[in-house]
Write a protein that binds this ligand. Structure first.
Ligand code: SIN
Length: 495
């Protein structure tokens, strides 16, 4: 690899090819696609572009590896996960640098994503040995029932570009802990960190074929994803991305009745009551909202602030936002980076224009940033209302829209007024209200006086059109990669 815009301490970490059966593999068509630096809009390198016809060989490799890996002792799987964790830590500066170049996020955030993501390798190393079936005594005499758990088989993981390391480790570490093999298809914007992780997995002792990677362009993504989902040897698909694509993936998987986990869109409400600790709420909101420039499904898309503190709260968050420095992720003074795609800049601008047309006022930002990259200024819009696009759609960009409200009932009605149900956040010091909101908000994850409920040890996943199935957390995540068998035994003789 020549003329890369960055220099790695370990230049052997990846090649811009697929990774199949422990080898770098070029697509049969010879086609390649560009991976861009969102901070400049320029091509970093070109990567091999797998098409539909390449998929069968990759899934066959994973199926072959599964025949051995499924029988591997759980402690051995856990040890390899820990070694993988160690190798990722050892190469963390290189990996963070590559992540910054492919996603645009500032280096400090890239390191933060690695810390978050390494929670998954660590956690699932422990989970491998804690997979349990059960034994029960049924009502019929002389019988005993045993439920055993086994790995489901070859799993396909389709991951987005916003947290390409965390999403891979959350899915793949759970699958490997369960004894499954994996074919990962990273997003065309961010294939490089996924290739590094697969390469390090082999170095950690996972056999060739246990973790394969298929890189593909935006143009070939639909056919490759469809072929992976419909392949008869694929037994489970885990997808993180938008709701329309998640619904398409579910349709692909329905033919073969494949097990599916869908982590889909957000449009999350963040509700701030008069009686909260305002500084705490403002700090948590700014961390949550500006994390990767608003490009997170769990970000606060609609911020509802009670009328008694509306103006004061707005001043606090405006002051905090004005401190941000927009720039290339590798610059030491950058605190917010570019958007990962130019499409996101266009969408953000359209949400700002629409909000202004519907009575919103721009308090901070509101414009594209300078330079050749995909920059958009962190933007606060006040007097937001339900007629605006940003209240109905997930923006996935740096807009913080602040809506006023008066009563708790109104806040709950507004917060739930969405087809999505991924995360909700609220800030109050009233314990009765806390309990009511926990029960009344329609979301798979609820932050109570916090803007962050993502952690390896907590189940992650939504309800409504935000999808189904859980990732991370105790038992539930690994369960997604297992099948249960009920074994009934007749015991002769007297007990
Ligand atoms: C996402 O919002 O896309 C995932 C973020 C997380 O895991 O916290």
């Amino acid at each position: 690899m020549e003329n890369l815009p960055f220099k790695l301490a370990n230049p052997d970490l990846f090649r811009p090819e697929g990774f199949v059966h422990g080898q770098w593999k070029t697509a049969s068509s010879g086609e390649r696609f560009d991976v861009e630096d969102p901070g400049t809009g320029e091509c970093i390198l070109s990567c091999t572009d797998f098409g539909r016809s390449d998929v069968d060989a990759v899934v066959q490799s994973s199926a072959e590896a599964f025949e051995t890996f499924r029988k591997e002792n759980p402690r051995s799987r856990g040890r390899k996960l820990l070694e993988w964790d160690r190798l990722i830590r050892e190469n963390r500066d290189d990996i963070a640098l590559v992540l910054t170049y492919e996603s645009g996020k500032p280096l400090a955030e890239a390191q933060g994503e690695l810390d978050y993501a390494l929670g998954f390798t660590w956690w699932f190393a422990g989970e491998a040995e804690r997979i349990r079936g059960n034994i029960s005594t049924p009502s019929l005499p002389s019988r005993r029932v045993m439920v055993i758990k086994q790995p489901i088989g070859v799993c396909v993981t389709l991951v987005p570009w916003n947290f390409p390391i965390a999403m891979i480790l959350r899915k793949v570490a759970a699958a490997l802990a369960a004894g499954c093999t994996v074919v990962a298809k990273p997003s065309p914007e961010t294939p490089l960190t996924c290739l590094i992780l697969a390469n390090l997995a082999v170095q950690a002792g996972f056999a060739p074929g246990v973790f394969n990677v298929v890189t593909t362009s935006l143009a070939h993504t639909p056919e490759v994803a469809e072929a992976l989902c419909k392949h008869p040897l694929t037994k489970k698909v885990s997808f993180t991305g938008s709701t329309p694509i998640g619904s398409l993936i579910a349709r692909h998987c329905s033919e073969g009745l494949k097990k599916v986990t869908l982590e889909l869109g957000g449009n999350c409400p963040f509700v701030v009551f008069n009686d909260c600790n305002q500084q705490q709420a403002a700090d948590e909101l700014l961390k949550l909202k500006w994390r990767h420039a608003g490009q997170a499904c769990v970000t606060a898309n609609r911020v509802y602030v009670q009328s008694g503190i509306y103006e004061e709260f707005l001043e606090r968050i405006a002051a905090g936002t004005k401190q941000l420095r927009l720039g290339h992720g590798t610059r030491a003074d950058t605190t917010i980076g570019p958007l990962t795609t130019s499409r996101s800049v266009t969408k953000t601008q359209s949400h700002v224009d629409d909000a202004v047309a519907h009575g919103g006022k721009v308090v901070v930002g509101g414009q594209r940033g300078q330079g050749g990259g995909f920059f958009y200024e962190p933007t606060i819009i006040r007097d937001a209302n339900s007629s605006m696009l940003l209240s109905k759609e997930e923006t996935f960009g740096p807009i913080l829209a602040v809506f006023p409200f008066d009563t708790e009932d109104e806040a709950v009605r507004l917060a739930n007024d969405t087809s999505m149900g991924l995360a909700s956040y609220f800030f109050t010091k009233d314990i009765d209200r806390t309990w009511r909101l926990m029960e009344n908000l329609e979301a798979g994850m609820i932050g109570l006086n916090t803007g962050n409920s993502s952690a390896a040890e907590s189940p992650f996943g939504g309800m409504k059109l935000s999808g189904y199935g859980k990732e991370s957390g105790k038992d539930v995540a690994v369960e997604e990669y297992l099948v249960s068998k009920t074994c009934t035994l007749t015991v002769e003789g007297q007990f």
